[in-house]
Design a binder for this molecule. Structure first.
Ligand code: FES
Length: 155
């Protein structure tokens, strides 16, 4: 009773696939450090706009009851600089607080939104009639010689 143990030897066919080296892709190449981008100029160390560029308009462009349009450098939104009473300046956002349409320039003491008919007080930004329920954001405007500087949003 000898159970013949068959030792199977695979002679000669013993090539192991140990030399499969996947050499696709990069090996050992580390990307060089990208040059740091040049810092963008940030004017207005003396400005009031929290690091944004200063925006000004000639005071003569804003008569009593009139307006001049500028852009809020922080948001890009249009802002009307107004002078409702002599020597009294402020800025009012042109972005309707109802759904974001552009309100018309001040006319007869009001600013009208053509989308759904809201009206705002052109001196304060307060809602005169809806559907808007919130006033237009109001900006500080300061007179500096013959120019008016747009300041930060007050509310
Ligand atoms: Fe101005 Fe609707 S977006 S009234």
């Amino acid at each position: 009773m000898d159970g013949g143990i068959a030792a199977v030897a695979l002679g000669g066919a013993g090539l192991l696939a140990g030399s499969l080296t996947a050499t696709f892709g990069r090996s050992g190449k580390t990307p060089a450090a990208a040059p740091a981008p040049a810092p963008t100029p940030t004017p207005s160390p003396s400005g009031t706009g929290g690091g944004a560029a200063k925006v000004s308009v000639a005071a003569s462009a804003v008569p009593v009851g009139g307006s001049a349009q500028v852009k809020d450098p922080a948001t890009g939104d249009a802002v009307y600089i107004v002078q409702p009473k002599a020597g009294q300046y402020c800025g009012l956002s042109s972005v309707c607080t109802h759904s974001g349409c552009a309100v018309d320039a001040p006319k007869n003491g009001q600013m009208y939104c053509p989308c759904h008919g809201s009206r705002f007080d052109a001196a304060t930004g307060a809602v005169i009639n809806g559907p808007a329920t919130k006033p237009l954001p109001k900006y500080t405007v300061t007179k500096d010689g013959d120019k008016l500087d747009l300041g930060p949003v007050q509310s």
